[in-house]
Design a protein around this ligand. Structure first.
Ligand code: AMP
Length: 113
């Protein structure tokens, strides 16, 4: 989608600080980090949010889950990090392209705000 920020980041039309990439997903540093490690993992395919994941997308989401531990390890936070996906305005979703936040590098309180 040409008007989607993360689609434009995936195509490198908008620059980002990438940390991992494969055929299915791209991971890059959050521009406004909420923790010492704050990486966003997005599918290359445009999916609006977890609410819009179809059965056909299950492999995409599963793949992203499978690469997150390696990304966390490469960022130095293996064994102590959080994965978050905000869905909709009430949860604070600001970019309507499915993404998983990887947050780590400090103690993370619970429940989140
Ligand atoms: P959410 O609020 O869950 O939709 O998360 C969107 C995230 O995207 C926020 O944490 C933003 O800081 C981040 N973000 C917005 N624009 C950019 C950008 N150009 N590069 C990297 N991260 C971004």
């Amino acid at each position: 989608m040409s008007d989607c920020l993360f689609c434009r980041i995936v195509t490198k039309e908008i620059p980002s600080s990438g940390v991992y990439e494969d055929d299915v997903c791209y991971a890059f540093r959050d521009i406004n980090p909420a923790a010492p490690v704050h990486v966003l993992v997005v599918p290359k395919k445009h999916i609006g949010s977890l609410d819009e994941v179809s059965k056909a997308d299950a492999a995409v989401v599963g793949h992203i889950m499978s690469v997150i531990p390696a990304i966390a390890a490469s960022e130095g936070v293996a064994g102590g990090y959080r994965v978050v996906s905000n869905i909709g305005p009430r949860a604070g979703q600001s970019v309507k392209h499915l993404h998983f936040h990887i947050l780590g590098g400090r103690d993370l309180s619970w429940p989140p705000g």
